[in-house]
Design a protein around this ligand. Structure first.
Ligand code: MN
Length: 287
């Protein structure tokens, strides 16, 4: 097996979400609708409070997992399971919406830099109507190691002997935050057969001879590793990969199911106050 090349570059598009939060969306746009098992990637990055202060007041989700990685800033999370989360810089929030969650994600700061990612990961159809679950991991719970000329934070999956705190058994999720030193180079294993992409968010990269600019998603071809260099100065990216589910995806906003009927049911359930089946607090391992 060889090194993965870049099949396509998808520049992030500015989108207004929630009550008026500016996000850079790459996956989940007409340029790349879905990448089984991934549904959406939003990057929020702004030092201007007008771009984020309105936050994401109460809204529903059904049928998938959201994984939020906070780089800078401070957000408060409240959900219909009874969780009250406190997401700080370097921390991770994993939320399996499954049969239904209503939650809010609101900034706790009124100025300064707010930066992070939210990735939507699909669930197999047999999992979509199971109970929701929630897990928060602070920065100190995410292992970091050196690989070549890069510092790598392992959020999910394994790198060498190091295993990240988030485990998505349905997709065998790999999620790494990689910082390559100026002029440096790193080779990182990615399971072959898994869909994969990287997203550059500081500096620019060279991946298998291709240039990847800041705020670009690079869709990766087949192979068992990537090679990333940072010839023009330090560069930082997230590397994400997962096993495709190979199931139909029918999406309507925050509801992602397998059939149109299930979407209509979700809309009806939400309208009639039946989206949330499990109001009890459910916290624990993603497995
Ligand atoms: Mn949400």
């Amino acid at each position: 097996m060889g090194t993965r090349t870049v099949l396509r570059h998808i520049p992030a598009a500015a989108v207004s979400e929630g009550a008026g939060v500016l996000v850079h969306r790459s996956l989940g746009t007409p340029g790349l609708r879905h990448l089984d098992p991934f549904l959406m990637l939003d990057h929020f990055a702004s030092a201007n409070p007008d771009d984020y202060i309105a936050g994401f007041p109460d809204h529903p989700h059904r049928g998938f997992v959201t994984l939020t990685y906070m780089l800078d800033g401070h957000m408060e999370h409240r959900d219909s399971m009874g969780n009250r989360g406190d997401l700080r810089a370097g921390g991770i929030q994993w939320m399996k919406a499954a049969s239904g969650v209503i939650h809010s994600e609101m900034p706790r700061q009124v100025d300064g830099l707010m930066r992070g990612f939210q990735l939507w990961i699909n669930l197999p159809s047999a999992q979509k109507m199971t109970d929701p679950a929630y897990l928060e991991v602070p920065a100190a719970g995410i292992p970091e190691l050196t690989e070549g000329d890069a510092q790598v934070r392992v959020i999910s999956g394994t790198l060498g002997q190091v295993r990240g705190p988030i485990d998505d058994p349905h997709t065998e999720l790999l999620y790494l935050d990689v910082r390559v030193n100026a002029g440096g180079w790193a080779r990182l294993p990615v399971p072959s057969g898994h869909a994969g992409f990287l997203y550059a968010f500081e500096g620019r990269l060279e991946v298998a001879g291709d240039r990847v600019e800041t705020h670009q998603l690079a869709l990766l071809g087949e192979g068992d590793a990537i090679e990333a260099a940072a010839p023009g100065g330090p560069a930082r990216f997230i590397l994400v990969a997962g096993r495709p589910l190979g199931e139909p995806v029918v999406q309507h906003g925050p509801f992602v199911m397998s059939t149109r009927e299930e979407i209509e049911q979700a809309m009806r359930d939400y309208r009639e106050g039946r989206l949330v089946r499990t109001a009890a607090r459910v916290t624990g391992s993603p497995a």
